[in-house]
Design a protein around this ligand. Sequence first.
Ligand code: DX5
Ligand code: ZN
Length: 249
Amino acid sequence: MSCDSSVAIAAMRSLGLGKTRREVPVLQIVPSIFAANFMRLGDEIRRVEEAGVRMIHVDIMDGHFVPNFTMGTPITESIRRFSKIKLDHHLMIEDPDTYAPIFIKAGADAVSVHYEVCRNLDRTLHMIKEHGALAGVVINPATSTRLLENVLDIVDYVLVMSVNPGYGGQTFIPNSLNKVRELYRFREERRLNFFIEIDGGAGPENVADIARAGVDWVVAGSSVFHSPDAAEAVRDMQRTAEEAISIRV
Ligand code: DX5
Ligand code: ZN
């Protein structure tokens, strides 16, 4: 892996996930494999790729920051060998400084770290970029967007948690959309270029509101992989989101 994030950025750009928000044509549905059937993970990923998905979301939990465990680097490495799909890693762990480089080496293209655990957030974000991945910062539902003011010119994306992290299938917290609007406004005012991602409880019933609030990347776990047809679920959400945005404009 290169020591410069330009490689990752060029790769994202070639897939329509450009460095800057303005280069991205449409909102992206980003399925979270946390909700997938791991007995047939390859098929699950293929299905959503066929529906036009360019990036999937990989939830890493350590049993400390959140009361749950998920996967380690073997899953990232296996997906990387099997597919060229972009891998967005959400680190719900106490020690992102140690593990971010390990996941990037394993194949992560984008890595987000929680504001709540980073004592030296600026340094951590720069470190992720230096290791060749896009750098994201995540805020929990109880964390204000105002606390991010001094890193918004550094980050490639901000992930707004719309549930408390740790579990799939939870109910969307509506106030998250106010936070998205605040970030959107801030981005316009300062002419910044970070993407806005939302994670938790997103599905066909709220994706229009999510899109209208200004989200670029919509993480969707159960609404995609627990539906009878994952590809159809992605297409349906994508269509609904695009219609909502076109009506707004
Ligand atoms: C929750 C995870 C989410 C989860 C979303 O802690 O960060 O990415 O997979 O799942 P749904 O879409 O089912 O809420
Ligand atoms: Zn997540």
